[in-house]
Design a protein around this ligand. Structure first.
Ligand code: CTP
Length: 398
């Protein structure tokens, strides 16, 4: 898919810049032609010499370089690409892109281009979650800029962890392939929720369920394979998230709702998460201790927001909203009622009685319920269910 594609790689100034070297190798291995632009800050981390050695091309660094401007120029650099990838995308580059600043070569290209722009943000988790960055993220998403990552994990700064690590080069390659894919869902944004939620009792204990996240993960991968830009909002699942999608990790139902709303607008939303219906209302700020009386503490519960219903009835409702229904009896009746109650277009119903082995298993047997009626599919691997559902979603959005 990348063979002979022209990728303009803009390298921003961050610790993660060293990974851009590996990214160039990975892109070229797949036949892409890579031209690199480096910001001034990027050159504090890696040198144009090493970048040029890997691209086997001139490296562009300066908007005011007379020779470069005569030979190629920033407008041509912007035009002569099939895809622009910004990796690492610093908070500064994102702010420039969101606001249309153009005071250096990288930002001038980004303002001048009408090509798809894929950014791989990398910054300290605090910077990533500041209001200014949140505003820029929303602006860029609304402008159609594609995101890959950031991932959650250890930061370069000792002792710092959180969301802000640049996506791994292979994930960026997969996102670039999807962006260029031209599949039936190319240009569509699909949001997928997946996995269980964890509802804290106190700082060390929580309530959870047995969802592994397998079906939601398979679905996100299938949608990606059809060319969709996927935002994957996942609770603490046991299967790892797919590559090449924007992963947002959350713990609680309320965090999941916030993440879903921040990711809108979308063309379709698929809610495969097993969201806890209840959270602990009298959550302890400190670890709950035994008081010596032998009496167990009483937990009080409050109802969690219904994410599916909120999105289905919300102002930014995607064109297609798909829910899941985990039932243990009268599957079609209960799921049909659920579809109407929650206001979604389709419900994918499955029987999660322990005897079926579906929850946490590799296979699924589902009934697709829409306004047109109920359609029962034969039992098949979760990846096949995902594939078929993704194809149906592509047909519905065509
Ligand atoms: N769901 C949601 N937010 C919730 C609960 C459920 O978005 N707070 C979504 C799930 O992701 C799924 C659908 O609603 O797509 C149905 O989930 P399910 O657990 O089957 O339904 P419940 O709403 O919990 O209904 P009930 O407990 O009556 O079966």
């Amino acid at each position: 898919m990348l063979a002979d594609k022209r990728i303009l790689l803009i390298i921003g100034g961050g610790i993660a810049a060293y990974k851009a070297l590996d990214l160039i190798r990975r892109l070229r291995e797949r036949g892409a032609r890579v031209r690199a632009v480096m910001t001034q800050a990027a050159q504090q981390f890696i040198t144009p010499l090493s970048v040029g050695a890997l691209t086997a091309d001139h490296v562009f660094t300066d908007l005011f370089d007379r020779q470069d401007e005569q030979d190629v120029g920033h407008i041509r650099l912007a035009r002569e690409a099939d895809l622009i990838v910004v990796a690492p995308a610093t908070a500064d580059l994102m702010a420039k892109l969101a606001n249309g600043l153009a005071n250096d070569l990288a930002s001038a290209i980004l303002l001048a281009t009408d090509k798809t722009v894929l950014i791989a943000p990398a910054m300290n988790p605090r910077m990533w979650s500041r209001p200014a960055t949140l505003r820029n993220r929303a602006t860029l998403a609304a402008d159609g800029v594609l995101f890959i990552g950031p991932a959650r994990g250890e930061m370069a700064e000792a002792g710092e962890a959180g969301e802000g690590r640049m996506a791994e080069p292979l994930d960026i390659v997969a996102a670039a392939e999807a962006a260029l894919g031209g599949g039936p869902l190319a240009g569509r944004h699909v949001l997928v929720t997946s996995g269980p939620t964890h509802e804290p009792i106190d700082p060390v204990r929580y309530i959870a369920n047995r969802s592994s996240g397998a079906q939601g993960t398979a679905l996100a991968a299938a949608l990606r394979d059809l060319g969709a830009r996927v935002t994957f909002i996942t609770g603490p699942a046991t299967v790892p998230p797919p590559q090449g999608v924007a992963v947002v990790s959350v713990e609680t139902a309320r965090e999941m709702l916030d993440a879903v709303q921040a990711a809108l607008p979308a063309d379709a939303a698929v809610m495969a998460a097993a969201v806890a219906d209840w959270r602990v209302a009298n959550q302890g700020a400190q670890k709950m201790k035994k008081d010596g009386s032998g009496r167990a503490p009483a937990l009080e519960f409050a109802e969690n927001p219904d994410i599916l219903a909120t999105v289905s009835k919300g102002a930014q409702r995607p064109r297609l909203v798909v829910g899941f229904a985990a039932e243990t009896e009268k599957v079609v009746d209960h799921a049909s009622a659920k579809r109407l109650r929650k206001g979604c277009d389709w419900i994918v119903a499955n029987d999660v009685s322990p005897a079926t082995g579906i929850m946490g298993g590799a296979e699924n047997a589902v009934t697709l319920i829409s306004a047109a009626g109920a359609e029962t599919w034969e039992r098949m691997p979760k990846a096949m269910v995902a594939r078929r559902l993704a194809e149906r979603i592509a047909e519905a959005l065509a």
